[in-house]
Design a binder for this molecule. Structure first.
Ligand SMILES: *[C@@H]1O[C@H](CO)[C@@H](O)[C@H](O)[C@H]1NC(C)=O
Ligand SMILES: *[C@@H]1O[C@H](CO)[C@@H](O)[C@H](O)[C@H]1NC(C)=O
Ligand SMILES: *[C@@H]1O[C@H](CO)[C@@H](O)[C@H](O)[C@H]1NC(C)=O
Length: 432
């Protein structure tokens, strides 16, 4: 098939798909032929012409929508985001990327979140994540991997420069999966954050493949109602099968294009201060007082030194310190509770979820279209993992839904630039 034919058949397929959606799924309002024609010409680039109908049907798990969505996704390449491949001036960055430029309510304006975002690739995904969680009263520390290409770093810097409350961490690590550098990256950001003039209440860490499934307001309400003044570090006393992580000494191997952590034959000493080591999530939500404590307390500092040659120390460091009785906001008796991250782990298939409809990477699901309903029904604040290059429609649907929810909850007048889509009868139905 020559490229022209491919484009043509893609286009015909798209038309077929649209007609199908239009006829079978929505059937709500009948548009006049004139309006319909206008829709067709303006939204030609979008998968399904009426993406919100397709998304709404996917969110309730309609089988027909899944079939259409999968066909659609194979040919669909969403339009590139503005200001990502080419650089823009700041007023264009705010407008074209639809950044929300004022607090959407008093409650949100008076409760600031700090975010630590560690990234190394996929600029578009980073921008999508950033504009979803961005509000002017929050503060954002971006840790860009030291080994990322120079043009990637420059592009991130270019966007970040437009915002007074977003900065790149002053110290950068060459991050190795499961290595100490992953923990150190967060700590670098924390040092910068506690010295910032901008005040904040809680800090949340994210990676480049996370995306929020709750709004800024929902996140604040959840923290205030369930965790007021306490830290969230889901985890338990280190189970037997995790002991190897802290019993022998590990090393980071970094070489051009390759890096990993490997065990040595050297046994490790007991943890400092006889600390009981816990095992938990690397994702946390911590108070500012607790962060200050971890940066200054002798036990915290010694535990950090001791953790340098352990396996995946970010999965024991925060939870171990948050189980100390005298740490600020500590939860010594907590377990796995805390709805921080929706993740489909492979070993929880059949219990927590009914399988991954995308594919697994390192036993974690990269979400496909069939996972959308599970994601939006999850009580968690964020979900992981997303790969818009493989499943563009998954990201599009979640983005549209998230922004509609934000604007729906707003208690201030909404500016036109904040909207992703035209307000019309085809807008997504929201279960808010
Ligand atoms: C920013 O760029 C846009 C489009 O290129 C242009 O219209 C606008 O005047 C520029 N604004 C400033 C403040 O330079
Ligand atoms: C937020 O702060 C403003 C100004 O200080 C105050 O008027 C308002 O009542 C506060 N709102 C809430 C929900 O605390
Ligand atoms: C550490 O804990 C063990 C058992 O819990 C105890 O026997 C030992 O004396 C403690 N060591 C120190 C230095 O506190």
């Amino acid at each position: 098939m020559n490229p022209l034919d491919a484009t043509k058949s893609g286009f015909l397929l798209c038309i077929a798909v649209c007609m199908f959606i239009y006829t079978f799924i929505y059937l709500k309002d009948t548009l006049s032929a004139e309006q319909e024609e206008q829709k067709l010409s303006t939204n030609r680039a979008e998968c399904g012409f009426y993406p919100d109908e397709l998304c709404s049907a996917l969110f309730v798990g309609k089988t027909a929508a899944l079939k259409i969505g999968s066909i659609c996704q194979n040919t669909y390449r969403p339009a590139a985001l503005s200001c990502v491949q080419t650089s823009c001036n700041c007023s264009t960055v705010f407008k074209a990327l639809h950044f929300i430029t004022r607090p959407l309510s008093d409650e949100e304006g008076n409760f600031s979140l700090a975010y630590i975002i560690t990234i190394h690739k996929e600029l578009e995904m980073f921008v999508k994540l950033l504009r979803a969680i961005y509000t002017p009263q929050n503060i954002y520390c971006i840790h860009v991997d030291e080994k990322s290409p120079t043009d990637y770093k420059a592009a991130v810097q270019n966007i970040v420069n437009c915002f007074e409350n977003i900065f790149i961490s002053s110290k950068r690590e060459n991050v190795v999966y499961a290595g100490f550098s992953r923990l150190q990256a967060d700590i670098n950001c924390m040092r910068d954050l506690v010295h910032s003039k901008i005040q904040w209440n809680y800090v949340i860490n994210l990676c480049g493949q996370d995306y929020p499934i709750k709004t800024n307001k929902d996140i604040i309400k959840y923290i205030k109602s369930k965790w007021n003044g306490k830290n969230m570090t889901p985890g338990v006393v280190q189970p037997l099968h995790m002991k190897h992580r802290t019993q022998v000494s590990y090393r980071e191997y970094v070489h051009s294009g390759m890096s990993y952590v490997y065990p040595t034959k050297n046994a490790k000493t007991k943890p400092p201060y006889n600390l009981t080591i816990y095992f938990g999530s690397a994702y946390y939500i911590l108070t500012k007082e607790f962060v200050e404590f971890t940066l200054t307390d002798a036990r915290a500092k010694d535990l950090l030194e001791w953790s340098r040659d352990t396996y995946s120390p970010d999965e024991h460091y925060w939870v171990t310190l948050n189980r100390l009785h005298d740490a600020p906001g500590a939860t010594p008796n907590a377990d796995w509770e805390g709805n921080i991250r929706a993740i489909k782990w492979k070993d929880q298939e059949g219990t927590v979820h009914k399988g991954c409809k995308g594919h697994y990477i390192r036993d974690i699901c990269v979400y496909g279209l069939g996972d959308l309903q599970w994601i939006i029904e999850s009580p968690h604040l964020f979900a992981n993992k997303f790969e818009p290059a493989t499943y563009p429609l998954v990201m599009d649907c979640l983005e549209r839904r998230h922004r509609l929810k934000m604007l729906h909850q707003a208690e201030v007048p909404i500016e036109d630039d904040w909207r992703f889509q035209e307000d019309n009868s085809f807008n997504m139905k929201l279960n808010v």
